[in-house]
Design a protein around this ligand. Sequence first.
Ligand code: ZN
Length: 400
Amino acid sequence: MRLILFLIFFISLQASYVENFRYKNGETYLMFLKRLGLPQKELYYNLDKDDQRLTEDIRSGVNYQILFGKDKSIQQILIPVTDELQIHIYKKNGRYGFETIPVIYSKKTKAFVLSLNNSPYYDIIKTTNSKKIATIFVQAYKNSLNFKTDLRKGDKLAMIYEQKYRLSKPFSMPELKASVIELGRKKHFVYLNDDGRYYNEQAKQVEGFLLSRPIPNARITSRFTLRRWHPILHKYRAHLGVDFGARRGTPIRAAGSGRVIYAAYSRGYGNVVKIRHTDGYVTLYAHMKKFKRGIRRGKHVKKGQVIGYVGSTGLSTGPHLHFGLYKNGRAINPLRVVQVATIKLKGRAKKAFLKLKKNYDESLMLHLKNNTEFKKDFTYDRTCYVYRKKDRDKPDNTAY
Ligand SMILES: [Zn+2]
């Protein structure tokens, strides 16, 4: 079914064509509809709260596609919101409709080795032409190594990472799986474990960024999901955060130290605060009754500092805190990062990790030995479409 949807999107009427665009920085979804001359009523105001809120999570810079009909009118739009879920706007019987459908993507594991001349960040960009690949590498080592003092020219690094592809283009952040860097000929390893965290060769967690709960002891009323099928509504849903149930007026604390980058009202999230932390993390606190005095854009806050109070502003069904966590712009599960101390694996968890480590070590050593070169992705500038005669009689090119 998904595959058919995907295919039909491209197999369109003769002279229909698909074009790629990047979502404009600072443009809200309502502005986006207005600019394209699309009806805000059908495509926003008539939607339920969850779908409306989802539109606030469209990331600026994300690639989206428009299928134009032969009269140049908009037939379909696909906008990915999370790695798993995308908004599908379509024209059917002359009217526009909105739905959320799964993102179809493929994954590829890639690897390369390079000799260091300058700094890992600089050298990776020079080799791969990708800031994203450089970022995931540097973030993994940031808290345990000092590249500035310990690096010797000719030291090598090897990395294995996974890249998603959507419509033949790299999609979302690559994910580092395992890597090794030599510093003064001594090797330092990092591995992504099955629990979603990074560990070094001693099975000790390497990430330094730890969050605390914004409301200590609050009960979780809704968990994080990038995509979930709602069996009653017969719709796909996403919940890009964790909901904590708490009484109206309960103080909300900054989950980590950082700088407030947003403290204002938005239609979906109500009174919302966003804090930028180190290592590409941003936390979001939504539906607040009010902000704590003095909390505004640009202000530095300490971990545990009160920033506002629980409320039910925006598209909310009752008093609660919606707590979101983003890494490099991508929503991730906050409960994976909220903890009190770094972990050292023990017992069965350690045994499982060592097995995974052994496999990665073998690959990394092989890549080092072979000096595996970085291979560029082949991407298309324009997406092709195919003409199929039997589609010709379908109204409006819709996928149904
Ligand atoms: Zn929520």
